[in-house]
Design a protein around this ligand. Structure first.
Ligand code: AMP
Length: 216
């Protein structure tokens, strides 16, 4: 199964991807996670991406497209994948179309997780992420077992991402509306979208997603 996951920052794509990957045996490919790992490792890509990420701006398309080209070749993706955070612009979507055609692959659907802006702001300011494994928590809705610590077996320290503070969040939501929202129309025209109501309990939202995926 090959999926794209679209939705604004804070919609719950990462959280829902975990359950999808567990139940459908596929791998999550998050461009944000890969970029953060590159920053931590101090790679050239990480250094180039840093200033854009801290401001809540998009990293230039070509850097992302080159990165995804390498990722999609990995053998662990042979059973399927869910792209989380990519594509983010129509230009990236067109490049992905070309790449998939070259690789003889076809997407099954584009999941679109819909959540209003007021709710996103509430969710993002309370998000905490593990420094080691990248798993995310919420101070109210998805608490760790122990305050500030990632659940076992990881045990890593939780922190607030610099771009989860109010200024960068508002910018990320603006960038989403301007650059990523047109993608929904792009995939609507191809009859490829499955829209999911992203409000409510994490488990209820997942049930909605699961019923769509089981019908594919
Ligand atoms: P995320 O974890 O998906 O919210 O991504 C965090 C940040 O990484 C974004 O605000 C962008 O700066 C950058 N980023 C992640 N994915 C992409 C992408 N597909 N295109 C451009 N920038 C990206």
């Amino acid at each position: 199964m090959k999926l794209i996951f679209l939705g604004p920052p804070g919609a719950g794509k990462g959280t829902q991807s975990e359950s999808i990957c567990r139940d459908f045996g596929i791998v999550q490919l998050s461009t944000g996670d890969i970029l953060r790992a590159n920053r931590k490792a101090g790679t050239e890509l990480g250094q180039k991406a840093q200033k854009y990420m801290d401001a809540g701006e998009l990293v230039p398309d070509q850097l992302i497209i080159d990165m995804i080209k390498e990722e999609l070749k990995k053998p662990e993706l042979s059973k399927g994948y869910i792209l989380d955070g990519f594509p983010r612009t129509v230009n990236q979507a067109e490049s992905l179309d070309k790449l998939l055609t070259e690789m003889g692959q076809k997407l099954d659907t584009v999941l679109v997780l819909e959540v209003p802006n007021e709710e996103l702001l509430k969710r993002l300011t309370a998000r905490r992420v593990c420094k080691i494994c990248g798993k995310s928590y919420h101070l109210l809705y998805k608490k760790p077992q122990e305050d500030g610590i990632c659940d076992p077996p990881c045990g890593g320290e939780l922190y607030q991402r610099d771009d989860d503070k109010e200024g960068p969040i508002l910018n990320r939501l603006k960038v989403y509306e301007a650059q990523t929202f047109p993608l929904i129309e792009y995939y609507d025209k191809k009859n490829m979208t499955s829209k999911i109501n992203g409000l409510g309990e994490i488990g209820d939202i997942y049930s909605r997603i699961k019923s769509v995926l089981e019908k594919l």
